[in-house]
Design a protein around this ligand. Structure first.
Ligand SMILES: C[S@@+](CC[C@H](N)C(=O)[O-])C[C@H]1O[C@@H](n2cnc3c(N)ncnc32)[C@H](O)[C@@H]1O
Length: 196
């Protein structure tokens, strides 16, 4: 497994693909979304897995301008990791990486998550991967998914167990209070099963 960036490790990719395959095997209705695609490390594996089910599409979202500013919920006693503008990848480089890895180029929306329009999203979402690092990035990703998640959908969130990025767990824990879903944590990923 040759990863494009160090933003995700092999074990995490295995878990993400395993969870996506479960959703596909359970015939959960809908497409697949990734919020925070960066250079496409995870996108390649999502796209590869979806090649087995051509009726499903991958939708990816990124500012392609790097990370936004943190807010107070992102401040960690561990100190400063990441600053605004870091993790900047161009859309052109993302597309090049998809070609180089022999996977179809997904639907790409270049936008801040808060500015994603209803038309940018698939009608129904069976699987969502959230990798926006910060509290508001996760809140805005979840807001985009409002009313789109199918019964039995799965959301996987990177950095839930990462103490250096505490906004992620704060956003997810808040969301879980008002949604019927169960949470499992594995290798710093939150795996959220939406009720069938
Ligand atoms: C950790 S990287 C994603 C890594 C990627 N999933 C991978 O597999 O390599 C985080 C990405 O999220 C994007 N991002 C974070 N917050 C965002 C926001 N609020 N709106 C748009 N993009 C955002 C950044 O531009 C960055 O590319």
């Amino acid at each position: 497994m040759n990863l494009i960036s160090d933003q995700v490790d092999k074990k995490e990719i295995e878990i993400i693909v395993r969870e996506l395959k479960k959703v596909l095997g359970n015939d959960v209705i809908g497409d697949v979304t990734e919020f925070g695609c960066y250079l496409g490390t995870t996108s390649v594996y999502l796209a590869k897995t979806l090649m087995q089910t051509p009726e499903r599409s991958l939708y990816v979202y990124d500012s392609f301008a790097g990370l936004p500013e943190k807010n107070s919920k992102d401040i960690s006693p561990l100190g400063v990791s990441f600053k605004a503008g870091e993790l900047l990848a161009s859309k052109k480089q993302f597309i090049k990486n998809m070609h180089q890895h022999g996977v179809p180029v997904p639907h790409i929306t270049k936008a801040w998550f808060a500015d994603i329009k209803p038309d940018d999203l698939p009608e129904k979402v069976a699987f969502a991967y959230l990798d926006g690092d910060y509290y508001m990035s996760i809140i805005d990703s979840l807001r985009s998914l409002n009313g789109r998640l199918s019964p039995g959908a799965t959301i996987v969130v990177d950095d839930y167990g990462n103490a250096a990025l505490p906004g992620v767990a704060r956003a997810i824990d808040e969301w879980l209070k008002s949604h019927v879903a169960t949470l499992k944590v594995e290798h710093s990923l939150a795996i959220i099963y939406v009720k069938r």
